[in-house]
Design a protein. Structure first.
Length: 128
């Protein structure tokens, strides 16, 4: 999550954040790694299902419809991604991050919670 977060940053995480609501675009979430359930990842929510999105190198963009027909994809669109209900597309802030661009959408039940504050080190204290 560089540059937003650095190794050694300590975060406060609301584990109850998604009990009664879906994640929102831009939320920083802690989730179980789809490849190793004993490991947690921290990523930003790029899209929330259900919906159809264009996959781009920088993350997903909603596939907007105009007058009932599909609009043209952006020039850097790689493919169209269908997100089922109760899934999120997570992205890291670094272009080379391991995220949904590699492992696909993540079920919302895999989310541990929403990170909302960096509390240490002291010079990096701030709301996220």
């Amino acid at each position: 999550m560089l540059p937003t977060l650095r190794p050694g940053d300590r975060l406060l995480v609301d584990r109850r954040a998604y009990r009664n609501r879906l994640p929102e675009l831009g939320d920083i979430v802690v989730l179980m790694d789809p490849a190793r359930t004993d490991r947690w990842l921290i990523k930003r929510v790029g899209a929330v299902g259900p919906g159809r999105f264009w996959k781009t190198p920088t993350g997903p963009l909603p596939a907007a419809t105009a007058l009932g027909r599909d609009a043209s994809p952006p020039g850097d669109a790689v493919e169209t991604v269908e997100l089922p209900a109760a899934t999120v597309y997570v992205i890291g802030d670094a272009p080379s991050a391991r995220d949904s661009r590699q492992f696909g959408p993540v079920r919302t039940e895999s989310l541990i919670g929403r990170a909302y504050r960096c509390y240490a080190p002291p010079d990096r204290r701030r709301a996220l």
